[in-house]
Write a protein that binds this ligand. Sequence first.
Ligand code: FUL
Length: 469
Amino acid sequence: MKFSLLIFCVLSFLNGYNQSVNTPLPSEQQLAWQNAPFYLFMHFGPNTFTDLEWGKGSEKEEVFNPVAMDCKQWCRIAAAAGAAGIVITAKHHDGFCLWPSAYSTHTVAQSKWRNGQGDVLKELSAACREAGLGFGVYLSPWDRNHPAYGTPGYNDVFANMMKEVVQNYGPFFEFWWDGANGEGPNGKKQVYDWHRFERTMRQIAPNTLVFSDIGPDIRWAGNENGTAGITNWNLLDTAGFSRGQGAPSADTLNQGNVNGRNWIPAECDVSIRPGWFYHAKEDSLVKSPEALFGIYLKSVGRGANLILNVPPNQQGLISPQDSASLIEFALLRLESFQSNLIINENAVIFWEGRNITSLLGDENEDVDLGKDYKKEYLEILFNKQQNVNCIFLKEEMKTGQRVKSFAIELYNGDSLIYKNTYTTIGHHRLISFPARNANRILIKIKDAKSNPVLCGLGVYHIPERLVEK
Ligand code: FUL
């Protein structure tokens, strides 16, 4: 008896040990980042004035002249839209620096804007801090202007620029590395020293999360339309892959790897307009609030983060079309998710006969469903019939991503009126379907890598036109 108990303890210990060794977990910074999953991207620079998407690098500095630039306006709109921060293109492929860099002669300092005294990063970092928003930068390694591009010396330039922006305008919540690797002014491509860039970032900004198609901290979702995989693992295998051309397939980036060795959650980038930079001819093509909500369901609703590009115009302001759509989008989220139908004593949630309503509904407390989870189901019993078309589930990320598949069943009395199975849950899962009148919902976890741990549950009636098609 005692011996078998001992064996059991040793095995359980080994099991736990193995799990903690083999299961990648998020860092504190990644957790904080996943808890604020929506923020803005801003593409701004000479292209704003030349109507190009990829500047040639030969544009005169004086083309950059945002006469009425007001970063406080950007921040007011971002905050009103419920965005957690702003990431700006400090340098795009044309090489123009939005700050007076000591490592380039193609910067705001050489422009006539504010007599060469202007500094977009200085103004935006201050405005973000004042507004309580996170601040981040995109720094393109591809540089079509820099004379050293295409030579080993350019790797020093890029590392120095990273240091310069971190020291002068950090801390950043996110640092965006674009994988593009085209030709520079001398017709040569650069061999990027990514190992060095990564070491540099870790030394100078250990708490800043670094984005690239393969991380190290945040991965690209594999497309530019704001859509994460319906199956979306926060895990990715990066061994043998490199940034840019050598990256894993778009599908892999979109879905992650179920047994991936690194915690590298997905970020969905998409623009509110067809282009990344402002073009007056696209003023009538700004995405509608409904379209933005659809993107939200397919990104944040699938456990990824959403970085939505809202490019300032030639005045240096967010255009009224964009701000109107953003604010309406925020109102749609409010209208959809402000009343969770299971709280305020509308419903009780049972698990193994235990009433866990307050834990999952209100408190977002961890509920470990144990190793026998397949034998049980979460049961939501409403006091009265509810018209339901959206369900939210949240898995505790601190203990790793575990759920591989689950089912949802809606009942009206004894009649099954909706049933579907889904794959991953992750940080945030929003499922929507045509509305049903239900008085009972069952959620069954079908398969998981180990004990599922949930920490949030919501049932909603969202405007019917917003249901995912
Ligand atoms: C791409 C760039 O080439 C686009 O211009 C844009 O900046 C997008 C976010 O990343 O790689």
